[in-house]
Design a binder for this molecule. Sequence first.
Ligand SMILES: [Zn+2]
Length: 188
Amino acid sequence: MKSRLSNTLKERAQGLCELCTTNEAASAYAVSPKNSDVIENEVALCDQCISILEGADAGSHWQCLAGSIWNTEPSVQALSYRILYGFKDQEWANEIITSVELDETVVTWAESAYQVSAKHLDSNGTELENGDSIVLTQQLNVKGASFMAPKGTIVRKIRLVPDNAEQIEGKINGDTIVILTKFVKKSI
Ligand SMILES: [Zn+2]
């Protein structure tokens, strides 16, 4: 998140963007999920770096991360690593990532932006919990069973499959079966 550049951050950055170190620092950028309450969570950025983070074409601008990843500030390391991680399938980025050994807390911080929600969500995006009742939003062909569960079937006391946020288990006609969360709606 972009915010006003404080004097203390500007001083730390010596007035320059902490990623490209060529343009003048213009804003502070808090590296999520942390807030801009302390400068340790922030990176001083120029307008160009901000605009790329907001979706503008990077061109070859992120080559600068080969330098910024060596910054001593964990926030700068985390942001550099996070951007590079998005390009990790490309050789230049992968080379930079593998050339440094960052603190594990920095890597976790950087990668947090890529973690998908481990929550079980129904077809409306409502969170499901153990013991909930659900309604099937479409007909379910049950593998290995001799029946079909029609759309609208209510399944009570579901169990969440722990290591797969796309699956729940429930009993239909006395059989416990795996159901995909995208085909259910939480029943109130
Ligand atoms: Zn910059």
